[in-house]
Design a protein around this ligand. Sequence first.
Ligand code: ACO
Length: 435
Amino acid sequence: MANEALLIKHTGSGKQVEYPILSASMGADTVDIRALHKDFGCFTFDPGFIATASCKSKITYIDGDNGTLLYRGYPIEQLAQHCDFIEVAYLLMNGELPDATQLRNFNEEILDRATIHESLRKFFDGFHYDAHPMAMSISVVGSLSAFYHSDLDIRDPVSRRVCAARLLGKMPTIAAASFRHSVGRPFVYPRIDLGYCENFLNMMFSRSSQTYIDQNHYIDPEFVKALNLLFILHADHEQNASTSTVRLVGSTGANPYACISAGIAALWGPAHGGANEAVLTMLSEIGNVDNVPKYIARAKDSNDPFRLMGFGHRVYKHFDPRATILRSMCHDILKKTRSNDPLFELALAIEEIALKDDYFIEKKLYPNVDFYSGIIYKALGIPVDMFTVMFAIARTAGWVAHWLEMMGDASSPIGRPRQLYLGPEQRDCVAIKDR
Ligand code: ACO
């Protein structure tokens, strides 16, 4: 579409201006309307960024109508089949898949940084036992900025990369520590001889501060594989709410650990990453299969705020390719764990009813990735309040990749949206005695 333009005409003054259309390498082109305010004195109104591209990016491509998700050009289905999470994290950060040496070095770089400072570990003692693991994660990741501020130069690409590796390395340690604090178990130190997901499971489930494996326990390779897959599927999703938050905070030149902490906070909401936890909470509330029709009716009632958690997506309007992959894995894991949890049966009943219901079909509401991820995490023994933390570990790969991309682009401006002001016009203030 090179040289094409969008012509905008002001119906009042008759003034018209052409705005250049920027060509995308795939998908929708973008009209560059940065001069609109200068030309016409008005802004565009697009709450929720329904039609607004906030940046240029080469990392992830989504075609919501066709259910396509590509990381650096590779289809998610192929990455899920051939790679582990660390390879995908490398891809997102560097633009290419690693060879064997690059992967070994990257793994070492990440796992070398998995340990957290003893003083930071003690932060957990300050939290009450029932603090939500997301609340602890936001605080402790944000607190990394207190440990790594003076030696960090965000203008230096090497320093930025160290920071990204540090975040990838420390996230599982912080996540597992949040869980162990909430159940009153001692902290388990990371083991650099284990793979990324294996190490995480070890830190989560060891019965003492010794490691799971040393106690002759066995980490099921199927569980490690499942975790790798879940992490790959959650690793990035272009300019979603949490990634946009990381970019917005990062655009001010803020400390990157504070940026990622802001991303975790944005992820927590039930309309975003918190949906996987919300799905399980919803299933518990529904209780049993007999109640499903009542709750489906509530989800369809526009006067009732209840929504079917794990259904619908801002971008995917036919199917979520991640959900398709997870759906079959969900059924496999349930079979393997022979899980007879009634909540699983209930989830499958909801899935079946909603997929046939006209309301959900007409509004293009299909199960999204989080409908299945929560169910799989539960079958793996991950507690419900840790689900969004699991998502945060995976999404850290995407967050750091976007932060690196933005920081490497000297032309990135500070993020600063405009508004449609509807408040009172200018008026005079009088002292309280005269009011
Ligand atoms: N249950 C019932 N009705 C729904 C649902 C749902 N889960 N989702 C959307 N709708 C309805 C809305 O009420 C609306 O109806 P209307 O046209 O009569 O007003 C219509 O479908 C369109 O919904 P919007 O909220 O406008 O769609 P939007 O794209 O803004 O929202 C969202 C997408 C936030 C994901 C929404 O579908 C939702 O809240 N889903 C449940 C939460 C969820 O699963 N979030 C996880 C998303 S995936 C992720 O973040 C990894």
